[in-house]
Design a protein around this ligand. Structure first.
Ligand SMILES: Nc1ncnc2c1ncn2[C@@H]1O[C@H](COP(=O)(O)OP(=O)(O)OP(=O)(O)O)[C@@H](O)[C@H]1O
Length: 588
């Protein structure tokens, strides 16, 4: 059976195998298994469409599609726009676990905690929890913050929501009446708390689980190989398996490479659409020029095939390498023979914690500077929040922790020891004095630059880092949201009073926005961020240095194998892997 859909961009044909047609007719709990690109997401949306079209849903009832990341959601939304007519989409809610759980906690959290609940955005949480390197001590503190102060950490969303549903039959009934069918995407990466929530949701709603055990890449946050079996034994679903059906990169050997990778059969085998390139490790970033050439080649290739809508993902193993690569692509290079290699315009999917806190540091200097009340203690407190929280979910290094503790101590006692720390205090004083003497005009961009330039003059690493992180706000496309929050405060008060809070709120809101992002052009991101997405071409670059390679720890080899498979199978047409010559990736 072939289904045909059309939107403004073109005509889409979906061939439905017998297994898929059976799934469309099945009822009750379902389990949909299949390799990368086998069409799990697509068939789930077609199933949702069929249910909606059958007219069984009443007004206010929805099919809920739950996924992990906002970026995945935007792809599912694009897909839904193809197969759904506009009039049907009000019966489909596509959401992240976080956003779904927070909505429930916001309205019913009072059943668990007497305090008014306040969301603890990841960067603030990281700063608050920086002293806890032990996992269980950290959990105790997260729970204390919730129970005593009403501060809700993202990690608590799923388990608190599960608790709410287990205690309140009424709430559980309301939810199942609102969402009689719930689709769970990327189920193999569900952690124990999410599973607890799903167990509650599945008591009264039908579940449609989409999974591929071999795409499990979130073991470090609690994904468990036993989860699919748990679902089977708890919910007795009808199972469907699309095996290695390949709709994403049909006609290529990309999925074959991914499957061979699992058994090691890829070694010494040639593939038409997966290429390994070996680069000599040279001084500085010189080997990055080879990567840049490869991206330019891919751009040319794709532009000649589909001038408007093409996409490339450059996938890196770490955030730091991602930023190095992004900086490199941003620059124009001149080769020894005089050839000019232009900058490559690209998008970067970077972690937001560092830039977000840097924005808060600058917003505070603008706020207090505009009323001549900048003071060193507040600056140091903000600086410490940046030092502690800038790595997001990862705790700060021991060195940073000790430094921030000493600086916070200074804000209470006025005492500090150590030459470097004294320089930080001197520079902080200078920064606050200079911000107090600035003439702010309300022209947000120029006021921002004035403050940022003052910070740029600092020589100490921790203050310089604020400046560096702020640079990435542009890459994160935060400029307009910052601009509007700051302009609004100036319009109301003729100064930036309240700007820090406005920026904080705006950034928190953004965290929940399901961005309608389309992944066109060149996109630089980590492998984990690429999950659930697809691109015409994928270029994977291993980097040189310890800690940046896919595999530098032999014990983690199985996880690296799954990561590499996920990365490769994001490609529709071609995948290229760059690995160092003489020290190449042992999976190749
Ligand atoms: N039956 C089909 N016929 C034609 N194209 C399809 C079909 N099903 C899916 N596709 C296309 O194949 C690509 C992959 O589909 P989809 O995202 O549904 O797969 P998936 O199994 O969810 O992938 P992954 O697990 O790798 O994220 C999409 O571009 C989709 O439009």
């Amino acid at each position: 059976m072939t289904l045909r859909f059309q939107d403004l961009k073109g005509v889409y044909m979906f061939d439905l195998s017998e297994e898929k047609q059976k799934l469309l007719d099945a009822t009750g709990n379902l389990l949909v298994l299949g390799g990368p690109g086998s069409g799990k997401t697509t068939i789930a949306l077609l199933k949702a469409k069929k249910i909606i079209e059958s007219g069984v849903l009443q007004s206010g009832q929805c099919i809920l599609f739950l996924s992990f990341a906002r970026s995945t959601i935007s792809r599912v939304e694009q897909h839904a726009n193809i197969v759904f007519m506009k009039s049907l989409t009000n019966h489909l809610e596509i959401n992240t676990y976080h956003s779904f759980a927070w909505t429930i906690l916001k309205s019913h959290g009072y059943l668990l905690c007497k305090k008014q609940l306040r969301l603890l955005p990841p960067h603030e949480a990281a700063a608050l929890l920086a002293n806890y390197d032990n996992k269980s001590a950290k959990e105790v503190e997260i729970n204390r913050l919730f129970e005593q102060e009403g501060l809700t950490h993202f990690d608590l969303f799923a388990c608190m929501c599960a608790k709410l549903l287990s205690r309140s039959n009424a709430l559980s009934t309301i939810l199942s009446e609102t969402y009689p069918v719930i689709i769970l995407d990327e189920f193999q990466d569900t952690n124990a708390d999410e599973w607890a929530l799903i167990t509650q949701l599945g008591r009264k709603s039908n579940l449609i689980v989409l999974a591929d055990a071999e795409q499990r890449i979130y073991d470090f946050r609690g994904a468990d190989p036993a989860r699919i079996t748990q679902y089977i034994t708890t919910f007795h679903p009808i199972s469907f398996n699309f095996g290695n059906e390949n709709n994403r990169s049909n006609g290529t050997d990309i999925v074959q490479f991914g499957n061979d990778l699992l058994t090691g059969n890829n070694k010494n085998k040639k593939y038409n659409n997966v290429e390994c390139r070996y680069y000599p490790i040279r001084e500085k970033n010189n080997q990055l020029i080879l990567l840049k050439f490869a991206i330019i080649e891919a751009c040319k290739r794709l532009r000649s095939e589909t001038p408007k809508e093409w996409s490339i993902a450059v996938l890196l193993p770490s955030n730091s390498l991602m930023l190095t690569v992004s900086d490199f692509l941003e620059k124009t290079h001149k080769l020894k023979n005089g050839t000019i290699i232009p900058r490559i315009q690209h998008e970067v999917a970077i972690e937001t914690a560092g830039p977000s806190i840097a924005a808060l540091v600058i917003a505070r200097l603008m706020e207090y500077g505009s009323i001549k009340q900048c003071n060193i203690n507040q600056f140091l407190i903000d600086l410490c929040e940046h030092i502690r929280g800038r790595r997001g979910d990862k705790p700060p290094s021991q060195k940073d922790l000790i430094l921030s503790t000493a600086l916070l101590e200074y804000t209470k006692t006025g005492k500090i020891t150590g030459k470097n720390r004294k320089v930080i205090i001197d520079e902080s004083k200078r920064i606050t004095e200079r911000c107090n003497s600035l003439d702010f005009t309300g022209e947000v961009a120029s006021d921002w630059i004035k403050v940022r330039d003052i910070i740029s003059d600092a020589t100490t690493d921790c203050i310089k880092q604020v400046r560096i992180d702020a640079t990435y706000l542009r890459l994160l496309h935060k400029s307009s949201i910052l601009n509007s929050s700051l302009s609004e405060t100036w319009r109301r008060f003729d100064n930036y009073k309240g700007a820090t809070e406005a920026v904080r709120n705006a950034l928190t809101q953004e965290h929940f926005a399901t961005s309608a992002k389309t992944w066109t052009g060149v996109n630089v991101m980590t492998i984990h961020k690429a999950k659930g997405k697809e691109f015409d071409e994928v270029i994977i670059y291993e980097g040189n240095f310890p800690g940046q390679r896919f595999i530098y720890d032999v014990e983690k080899i199985d996880q690296a194998r799954l990561n590499l498979r996920v990365a490769i199978t994001r490609a529709k047409k071609k995948a290229t892997i760059f690995t160092p010559e003489g020290n190449s990736c042992c999976l190749l």
